[in-house]
Design a protein around this ligand. Structure first.
Ligand code: A3P
Length: 326
């Protein structure tokens, strides 16, 4: 019903226009919606998700703060869930010809085009990626299993800066905004909590606390630990998603094969993931911007000691007493 959807989105846009806005975090305006800073164009989709997202209990949500490893987790989950439909080594695997984001689309993007989609026509189960904070999820989403992946805020911040910069450079409509990225301003904003789907710490804490309350519904992963032992994490992921690896699969090395297929080095070399055309206007980052270095601790190359200490101090203060630390 196009007319009904139009009316719904018009009312969301009206509400959005009344929210506090920060214009100085380049290149997107952020708006404060229910205590989180959401890119303006994503606010109406978030409202629509809250009111109209009605997933099946079999569906799976992959949640991250942007740049915490969404792409990697998407590839691993997709390859694991569909390992009986596609071969892992032959060319029929969708991950060889489509980006991980195309295989596991962002939930927000389904609601981006001023329509209320019927997602229950998708195959069951469907995996959705999302950046929505826990407190913004509709109650219906709590029926689904949720995998949350977080990453050291220093690396997340550095990754975010590079991502936004390469997106700006790639975007044909915004050639005038490519004078370079203002790292110190971005740092100030990030530290204050004014970052995409931030405050970063509140985002992590929401899911951390829920994972302690309901470990059977929320699986909490960390990028650094996954890098250290991807095979064991993939085993836990398969188990959690309801498709554990059998003894036969273990013996045949299926877990290792999936880890290899989804590794940074493998995915980055694929033609589909090398595409460097993007658009800020259409909220379409270039595929290549999701594969930069894939390293733990790369922040040392970009942040001064003072900046690192400041972020660490904020992290310690915010996470104090939660049982979580970076
Ligand atoms: P860096 O910028 O530090 O390299 P997201 O997918 O949430 O947007 O996060 C992107 C970050 O994850 C980038 O970090 C990117 O390089 C890294 N990444 C992408 N694919 C990966 C993979 N298969 N394994 C490990 N890291 C990966």
């Amino acid at each position: 019903d196009i007319e009904r959807d139009e009316q719904i989105y018009n009312s969301y846009e009206k509400l959005t226009s009344q929210l506090p806005i920060r214009r100085d975090w380049s290149p997107f305006d952020l708006q404060l919606f229910q205590s989180f800073w959401i890119p303006t164009k994503f606010v109406p989709p978030c409202m629509a998700i809250q009111a109209h997202f009605n997933p099946r209990p079999s569906d799976i949500l992959l949640v991250t703060s942007p740049k915490s490893g969404t792409t990697w987790l998407s590839a691993l989950s997709f390859a694991t869930l569909h390992r009986h439909s596609f071969s892992l080594s032959l060319s029929d695997n969708p991950l060889l010809t489509r980006t991980p984001r195309q295989c596991v689309p962002l939930l927000e993007n389904f609601f981006f085009h001023r329509t209320i989609p019927n997602l229950n026509v998708l195959p069951s189960p469907t995996i959705f990626a999302t950046h929505l904070p826990f407190s913004l999820l509709p109650e219906s989403a709590l029926r689904c299993r949720i995998v949350y992946l977080c990453r050291d805020p220093k690396d997340t911040f550095v990754s975010l800066c590079h991502f936004l910069e390469s997106w700006m450079i790639s975007s044909t409509e915004h050639k005038s905004t490519t004078q370079g990225f203002d790292l110190s301003k971005a740092f100030q904003m990030f530290s204050q909590g004014t970052s995409t789907f931030g405050p970063f710490w509140d985002h992590v804490l929401g899911y951390w606390k829920e994972s302690l309350r309901s470990p059977e519904m929320v699986l909490f992963f960390r990028y650094e630990e996954m890098m250290e032992d991807p095979v064991n994490h993939l085993r836990r992921l398969g188990q959690f998603m309801g498709c554990p690896f059998s003894m036969e699969e273990e013996r045949d090395g299926v877990v290792e094969d999936i880890v290899k297929l989804c590794s940074f080095d493998n995915l980055r070399e694929l033609e589909v993931n090398k595409d460097n055309k993007g658009s800020l206007e259409e909220k379409r980052p270039p595929a290549s911007s999701f594969f930069r270095k894939g390293k733990v601790g790369d922040w040392v190359n970009y942040l001064s000691m003072e900046m690192a200490e400041k972020l660490d101090a904020i992290t310690n203060e915010k996470l104090h007493g939660s049982g979580l630390s970076f």
